[in-house]
Design a protein around this ligand. Sequence first.
Ligand code: HEM
Length: 426
Amino acid sequence: MLLRSIVRYIFHIHTALSHAWACAQIRGFRVKHRAIDNVQSRYLAVDLKYAAMLVAYRRRGQAELIAIGRTVAQGFACQPTDVSTPAESGRVTILETAVAEEISSIRSRAQSAPIADSSSGPQAALADEAAALVADLHAAFGNHHARAVHAKGVILVGTFTPADEARTLSRAELFSKPSVPVTVRFSNFTGIPDIPDNIGAANPRGMAIKFNVGDSRDFDIVCHSFNGFPVSTAEEFGHFLENIAMSGEGVPHPTPLDKYLANHPVAQRFLTTQKPPPVSYATTSYFGVNSFAFISKSEARTFVRFQFAPTAGEHYLDASVAKSMGSNYLAPEIVKRVAEGPVRFDWYAQHAAEGDRIEDPSVSWPDTRVATLLGTISLQEVVRDQLIADKALHFMPATLPPGVEAADPMLAIRNAAYPISYRQRQ
Ligand code: HEM
């Protein structure tokens, strides 16, 4: 009896020591990498903490505690890491080295990201306007050394399979391949990296898609879960953001934003008629909002807007359920969902009819317009290392393949603004 108590005592001390060791590694890692921004180190720390939990608890042999560790990791969109081998301590070093190398390579790649030439001519004006808009986004949401907007997200990979009909509208190469790999990033609105998933301010949700056609011929589409935009032009977007920035906490009502919204019903509608938080990123529709021209082999032009319809249907949370879901339910939800089967979206091109506004994303086209199914996106996997992927991934909404052209001037500004934010967040 006494012997059993002694053994148990030694066992507990051993477990506590191994946990302490792991925590010390985390502290050491944080100190060493002070240069890495807060968001990154938080993610890394969670990954390390998770590794530490596995080391400590696997020794204890408590499966349910390992499961808790896994849930914690999934909450931060980290994938479980097996550290049961003798390489436990090596794991920290390997992770540390790999992350540092990867981040330095992403940083140098980011420096060569295509940014509009700001030296002279119309490109200079575009670059200035884009830089001002990125600054406005930071003023509105805070500069968190993250994406200027849609900062919190999760990345998946899968394939796109085109429908035959797509080839009749556009000669773009991706429609004539049997299938094309895709990378998709789902996100919450605002530039706040830890915005709770279950609040209205996280709407609209974002869906950014990269069709990996090959070489430098990628085709990106960046859309969100609201069929419209608060303003008609990039210039007006700046005013809208400035009013948000001037109306932060503690500013007496009516705030500048209250006054702005009183005279801008479209922006008011955008902020007040969003859908409730979705059950999943996979259960809400996404809208491209800006217009494109599809060009066929015979040079026929069709003005279109993109829509992505979830094959799982649209499902949203009741207010009381949303409250109980907590701040970080969407990443673990999609991890679980995709482990059970592919997450699918049908991609439609909605056709403009006579009189539809091509150059004004604040006005949606009626649901009765003809819509052609262009194909289906099927997401099969959550990217393992979200930190690295998120850092490296960026989208260019108007870098288009032959067969697709931008038909809304807002797209040129977006294309100039995204790489500025991309560089800044390295
Ligand atoms: C003038 C208009 C716009 C400006 C200046 C703008 C600017 C930006 C910037 C700077 C980023 C961060 C890019 C990065 O760091 O990689 C971003 C991301 C994003 N924007 Fe826009 N945007 C505009 C319009 C729109 C519209 C119309 C939509 C929806 C249809 C949209 C949806 C998104 C989404 C979903 C992301 C996240 C992309 C990702 O996952 O990386 N934006 N935007």
